[in-house]
Design a protein around this ligand. Structure first.
Ligand SMILES: Cc1ncc(COP(=O)(O)O)c(C=O)c1O
Length: 478
């Protein structure tokens, strides 16, 4: 029987076929394990925070009442299991509001009655997009940006994202000029711009947005009478100076200067606490209509009351929160230092960063030429030969080829050490190859960059036993 499906069901709006997700598939089919699969793919494409789980587990053991499936907590089981009000448990909204304040150094206040739940930041972004824009309208987004935005904000809503081009020469800073250029371009194409989406701290840059840039951005959106959405999912994942400034602070410092109806914050516990599986997302809007509408829409992505109950207990434990946030930052700082120092030892730079679960690695000098095709080729080599899944800049809409995001908090110390060793070896091989390429001139253009065989054979002597580059598989592939 002939049948057709909807445009949403048959279009590619999910983005599953991009290099961003390809790398995950490569990891899934051959995951690294120190003893069972030492030549497998090391996953450095996943922005997960696994460095402080011992603290969480310790808390869970000490607080059996927080779980309703224990002897101590079972008396609450029925009440929690039947609660279905989409406003959420009052204790959950209170605890989340207080936690968000604590993360912002108690410099701002959040009203628990404005806390709206969603299925992670993913659901929060889409809900806001539905509330703020119609199909065909656009949001401006500074580049590079988190690839999931394309799925979360555009796939089902039909809105579009337009890049605000930021460049490495200014440390990818968002400038008024870049904002105006993107806005004008949209106007020239008759596209209605409904807002600006900022991600602070930034994924993939790993940097916090400074106060001046935040103020300029808010002034820009206020002047244009468009919305400002701030995705602050990494607000407590800041491990070095300068600290984090929330858009809530900029607004509260000068509340009369800005229209509150245009300001919205997205938050989630996926990164700061490392709980992406719990799907705790938050929309905090200063606009009453948006808050009400988003709350009604939250019926499509509520957080389970069991999770709300647990999170309410955990986040209202000041002692736990006061220990967790600085300790997590300390561990992230250490891991960041190990990775960036390891990269620097072979001359690989990365954007100076102070936040997030990744660094923005600069491999421009390893590109055969400054194109996104060359970037894709280099990425394939890294995934297939070096067996590390890092994410190339193209899916992040980076305007310059050669930048890669490397996640560092989803693995243990040993895996990081192995990854750094592999990168060291790889850089030496590629440099040799590139020198030959340059020496031989244009005739070499047709020679595949992946044909590393003779160079690799030469370098086998220095390969570590854990190097996939010395494996028969790689030799057969090259
Ligand atoms: C900037 C940014 N926003 C949103 C998300 C989605 O987070 P969640 O797991 O809460 O849906 C992510 C996840 O990587 C992210 O990095």
């Amino acid at each position: 029987m002939e049948y057709t499906l909807s445009k949403i069901a048959t279009n590619d709006g999910h983005g599953e076929n991009s290099a961003f997700f390809d790398g995950w598939k490569a990891y899934d089919s051959d995951p690294y394990h120190p003893t069972k699969n030492p030549n497998g793919v090391i996953q450095m494409g996943l922005a997960e925070n696994q460095l402080s789980f011992d603290l969480v587990q310790e808390w869970v053991k000490k607080n059996p009442k927080a779980s309703i499936c224990t002897n101590e907590g079972v008396d609450d089981f029925k009440e929690i299991a039947i609660f279905q009000d989409y406003h959420g448990l009052p204790e959950f909204r209170n605890a989340v509001a207080r936690f968000m304040e604590r993360v912002r150094g108690n410099r701002v206040r959040f009203d628990p009655n404005r806390i709206v739940m969603s299925g992670g930041a993913t659901g929060a972004q889409e809900t806001l997009a539905f509330c703020l824009a119609d199909s065909g309208d656009a949001l401006l987004v500074p580049t590079p940006y988190y690839p999931g935005n394309d799925r979360d904000l555009t796939w089902r809503t039909g809105i579009q994202l337009l890049p605000v081009v930021c460049e490495s020469s200014t440390g990818f800073k968002i400038t008024r000029e870049a904002l105006e250029t993107a806005y004008k371009k949209a106007q020239d194409s008759n596209i209605k711009v409904k807002g600006l989406l900022l991600n602070n701290p930034s994924n993939p840059l790993g940097t916090t947005i400074d106060k001046q840039t935040l103020t300029e951005s808010l002034t820009f959106t206020n002047e244009k009478q468009i919305h400002l959405i701030c995705d602050e999912i990494y607000s407590a994942t800041v491990f070095d100076q300068p600290g984090f400034t929330s858009i809530a602070e900029i607004f509260e410092e000068n509340p009369k200067s800005y229209n509150p109806n245009l300001i919205h914050i997205v938050y989630s516990l996926s990164k700061d606490l490392g709980f992406p599986g719990f799907r705790v997302g938050i929309i905090y809007s200063y606009n009453d209509t948006v808050t009400n509408c988003a709350r009604k829409m939250s019926s499509f992505g509520l957080v389970s009351t069991q999770t709300q109950h647990l999170i309410a207990s955990m986040l209202s434990d000041d002692e736990f929160v006061d220990r967790f946030i600085p300790e997590s930052a300390k561990r992230l700082a250490k891991r960041h230092e190990i990775l960036t120092r390891g990269l620097a030892q072979v001359g690989i730079g990365s954007l100076k960063s102070n936040a997030g679960l990744f660094c923005w690695m600069d491999l421009r000098r390893l590109l055969k030429e400054a194109t996104f095709e060359a970037e894709a080729e280099l990425w394939r080599m890294i995934i297939e030969d070096v067996k590390i899944n890092v994410s190339p800049g193209a899916p992040f809409h980076c305007s310059e080829p050669g930048w890669f995001r490397v996640c560092f908090a989803n693995m243990d110390d040993e895996a990081v050490r192995v990854a750094i060793n592999r990168i060291h070896e790889f850089v030496m091989i590629v440099q040799t190859k590139k020198q030959r390429y340059i020496r031989r001139g244009k005739l070499e253009v047709s020679l595949s960059f992946r044909r590393l065989d003779e160079i690799m054979m030469g370098s086998m002597k220095m390969s570590s036993p854990h190097s996939p580059m010395s494996s028969p598989l790689v030799r057969a592939m090259t």
